[in-house]
Design a protein around this ligand. Sequence first.
Ligand code: PLP
Length: 287
Amino acid sequence: MSRIAYVNGRYVPQSHAMVNVEDRGYQFADGVYEVIAVLDGRLVDGEPHFDRLDRSLAGLRIDPPCTRRVLRLILDQVTRRNRISEGFVYLQITRGVAPRNHAFPARATAPALVVTASRRGPPSPAAVERGVTVVSVPETRWARPDLKTVSLLPNVLAKQQALDADAYEAWFVDPDGRVTEGSSTNAWIVLDGQEIVTRPLGQDILAGITRQTLIAVARASNMRVTERAFSVAEAKSAREAFITSTTSFVMPVVAIDGAPVGAGRPGPVTLRLLDAYRRHLASGGSD
Ligand code: PLP
């Protein structure tokens, strides 16, 4: 079955899905995106994703292309037309098409909306059992990583640097030596006394929806979560470490810069959090 994409008002075979060469997303990375999980054919935690999308659009001063209700209908159609029961939808909104010029187009252009979907399950039990490794890299991104823009070049380069070092993820480190987040994940450690630590929200990290959900889920299970920055050294000497994202769920980190974290295998607190997160998803998420 060929995949179906939505492009500016039309559902088309993905192999024929095209955007104009003067789309500002293509020319300037002048756009934003979201990745939302689908379970049983329904969006998981749709509302928080749409709230973050609105913040990203406002940060770039791009008008929403449609109402939230219509956007939901489009995402639903793409999910159905691709017969996705379990997977992810990707949506991207750019400032639209205009003759190439850095300044916003003088005459308002219609924002461009593209939606695709992919079938993919959660990380396998074997992958969780193995865990992943990370390398630390200097923070090279702009000053607003809280906006989920398609301008991801530092993230792309950092991820490749990780793969070249036989690692899975790169953790960005700010000039004070503290971890901001991964190239496409939020970063966490677990300290003695089972204290779970992750960097507080601000303009320097993306407000991960998995992060938000996990904090709520952990606190509901009477687990202690502290939102504060931590250094790479602290992470290396932590009991456990893990990363979170819509596609990675809760993934144990077993080594940082080649040094094992804790016992060098997935820790009990991380696995308990993954379990609690899975139960949250199975219950349909927050909407
Ligand atoms: N941080 C960055 C830089 C990301 O790109 C992502 C997801 O793509 C995340 C964190 C995790 O966000 P979420 O949990 O909403 O997928």
